[in-house]
Design a protein around this ligand. Structure first.
Ligand code: SF4
Length: 89
């Protein structure tokens, strides 16, 4: 997500001060390998982030539809929400 505004858990975000273009798709067409490369760098930051869980739960809660949050991209978060809904019955 690349925090430039913050409250609570965001103070401890590993992406604090990082370039937000790593976390969000550009406004031009991004080829698959470019997207994968960009997301891999963002996810590497998330992997060592002390607030990864809080970040992911926040993004799931607000149905954030763009970017990498908590180590997952938008499609991965949608999948996780579907799985949770199925488990909840
Ligand atoms: S989990 Fe990733 S996107 Fe979320 S605060 Fe940490 S580094 Fe930033």
């Amino acid at each position: 997500m690349a925090v430039d505004w913050m409250w609570g858990w965001q103070f401890d975000a590993a992406c604090r001060g990082e370039d937000s273009s790593l976390f969000f798709a550009p406004n031009y067409f991004e080829k698959r390998d470019q997207k994968e490369g960009r997301e891999a760098k963002a996810k590497a930051l998330c992997a060592r982030c002390p607030v990864r869980e809080e970040c992911l739960e926040y993004a799931l809660q607000i149905h954030e539809s763009h970017g990498i949050w908590g180590g997952l991209n938008e499609m991965e978060r949608r999948q996780l929400l579907r799985e949770r809904a199925l488990r909840a019955g």
